[in-house]
Write a protein that binds this ligand. Sequence first.
Ligand SMILES: Nc1nc2c(ncn2[C@@H]2O[C@H](COP(=O)(O)OP(=O)(O)O)[C@@H](O)[C@H]2O)c(=O)[nH]1
Ligand SMILES: [Mg+2]
Length: 354
Amino acid sequence: MADSEVIVAVMGATGSGKTTFINLVSGANFVTNDGLRSCTAEVQTSKSFALLGRQVTLIDTPGFDDTTRSDTDILKVIADYLCNAYQNEKKLSGIIYMHRISDFRMGGTSKRNFTMFRKLCGDDTLKNVLIVTNMWGEVSAEVGSAREKELAADDILFKPVLEKGARMLRHDNTLSSAHRILSCLINNRPEVLQIQDEVVNKHKDILQTAAATELARELEEQKRKQREEMDRVRREHEAAVAAQQEATRRALEQERARIAAEEARAHAEYERIQRQQEQARIRAERRAREMQRRLEQEARIAREHEEQRRRLQEEQQRQAAQQAAERERLRRELELARLRQSEDSDDDDFCVVQ
Ligand SMILES: Nc1nc2c(ncn2[C@@H]2O[C@H](COP(=O)(O)OP(=O)(O)O)[C@@H](O)[C@H]2O)c(=O)[nH]1
Ligand SMILES: [Mg+2]
């Protein structure tokens, strides 16, 4: 390796500004991230450029959160590149880890990227590591400084690496800022990264390296969380189904009760009508009997009247006959009396009685 050649790898999450930094300082024209899709799924190397009498080459790496490739694929791509470079006696003078100070908090993706970065580098190369914070224009100076302090003091973030020789620098997206950053690295003694040592010197398969083990652990953890999430969703789903079934059962029960009540009402109405009809029938029968009785009574009275009238008529006829007979008798007696009188006067010519 030529003394003047300096190779610096730039790592960090997708969208942290790696490609922008490399384009700015090297004059490269790599595609930057539009925020929707990551663009650097492969490792790409800038043309070398002169800085402080050295020839600097920057290596752009994809983040471990690519939208098109799995984290294992990304690890293989980066490891292959670094191991090939090492086999070709190209060691890294420095590694830049980019981090957006504008990030509200270090989320799962940022943490995974930083963990993978650590497993790729190992502890021995940390003195060649620069943690570069950018996007300072996106936050107020106070908020940015407070976050910077927090990150530097965080036990699971930057504190352990800073304690082992890494440094933290600000980048304001200007060429002079980029030069200042790189100038901190160009005189470093190139070191072997942990991944290069594992694969090239110790002949490990990439999947047996610390980085791959970490990735597997992360994936296992993710799977566990997903399983828990699935279990939770399943339990919620089952509870919802049970609740729904209970609601349906209750609705059916109410419907059944409503129909039963209607049936009972209809039955009661039917019975009421039957009773009324029966009562009407009894009343009608009673009225018919009463009518019959009255008709019979009237007929009997009529018969009695007829009998009375007949008897009266007979009595009248009998009395008339009796009177006629009496009159006849009296007439005859009178006739007889006249006869007798006339006979008496015949006997006594001179005595006229008038
Ligand atoms: N404000 C600001 N924006 C930046 C800076 N660096 C990168 N960006 C923007 O952040 C986005 C992602 O940048 P990019 O370089 O593609 O990120 P990469 O995925 O890490 O390569 C792009 O829209 C850039 O224009 C910076 O220092 N300041
Ligand atoms: Mg990029």
